[in-house]
Design a protein around this ligand. Sequence first.
Ligand code: AHR
Length: 518
Amino acid sequence: MKKGKMFFMLLLFALFSLSEIIAQDKINTITVNVSEGKYTINRNIYGHFAEHLGRCIYDGIWVGTESSIPNIQGYRKDVLEALKELEIPVLRWPGGCFADTYHWKDGIGPKQNRPTIENKFWGGTIEDNSFGTHEFLDLCEMLNTQPYLAVNVGSGSPQEAKDWIEYVTSDGNTPMANLRRKNGREKPWKVKFWGIGNENWGCGGNMTASYYADLFLRFSTYSWVDTKVATGGLPDDYDWTETIMKKTERKQNLIGGISFHHYTVTHTWADKGSALDFIKDEWFKTISKNFGMESMLKKHLAIMDKYDPENKISMFADEWGNWHNVEPGTNPGFLYHQNTIRDAVSAAIYLNIFNNSCYRVKMANIAQTVNVLQAMVLTNDKFLVKTPTFYVFKMYKKHFDALMLPTEVISEKYLNGTEEIPSLSASASQNKDGEINITLANVTADNDLQTSINLNGLEDFEIINSEIITADKINSHNDFNKKEEVSIKGFNSVDKDGNNLIVSIPSKSIVSISLKIK
Ligand code: AHR
């Protein structure tokens, strides 16, 4: 080949490669609009949920003082320590479906006098009620957590709910406050959040939206508490939300929030798919359904915006997470399953969506805290495992009560057959010290990516910290009797380029980057 022609070919090749690089750069771009923050990320978005279900309360949180498992006044010591690390801001209890079967008076007074009950919804377990109102509210004090109680609407009465509220919150010379004093607690507890039932379209009484809305108003009238939360419908039941908003329109003083429940099942409710034994196609399906939550949430929020333009009524996503088949050999009613790096990526997607919707989403509660569904910790006899999801919650604490900075994510398509979803998920915030925290996830099973992060509106900054949660295999997880596989590690593939960051983020990873403004 002649020299001139060769030079021309090389030039063409170089230009082509350069344009490829530029195109690639453009494909993955996260823009953080630093000067456009308007809304605070309420720390309660990092809330949790603990139900009388399987081994969440009994055996998970509560073992009783006589147990050989190390405990503090009956609470598992290792669980308390792990949960303290997360600084759980709010904890929802006693259910779930259990709430609409629970009669709170069964769980107070001397333990030997408390009746046993059958937990009909969850495995038919016989419970001795040794964990009741005092035990739960004391736990919240130990964890420095706000309690969020759900009253029994389905099989209870407004009187029962009113009495419970008086028992817990009254400082007066009232019958219920005196009963509480007799049971050893002089001062009332502070409980701001009260759920009026749970999933009353289903396990909470199979009600229609209209019937429930009337009941909600009735219960709410006699519930003298700060924030009363109405049950939401199925995740895609927009009529339910519309009905609640319409029926409470002239009584907005009686409603503080509506709840939203969203679970991701990879396949069907009958056969959800395994928590541990899955292939890349199933990874994709799970992640795709996680992203799918956002459009549902937005439709509910749009309805709320219409009836409540002043934004007085909040959205509480008070049950969310991945729901897989139970581990083989375990009680199907106990909903115990493992938790992998896939669940960690899912949690990052959910939390990024909640952060970005924080103008009205003021609380979210992952289901559930211990040994149930997408748990933070798993226990087995004397042993405890912190799940990959635990580490996501630990990493995301940086967003607590920080100003949400709107982000725009442009990313490569993540393809599976004809289906496509984004490859990246992100959110960002600025804390009270001015520090900017960006959390992002490469949600793909096997595509390492490079992304630029444009700090729009920022002159100069320095990177003060960056961390990663990642794994080798799509089902990497932490288990009893083996070295921890998934946790938070230092991360150094972040470079500064003017007011951009260039991040090389491996597949199946969650990264957090902290910046200080210069
Ligand atoms: O979290 C498990 C169950 O899921 C809850 O009890 C119920 O509210 C939901 O259907």
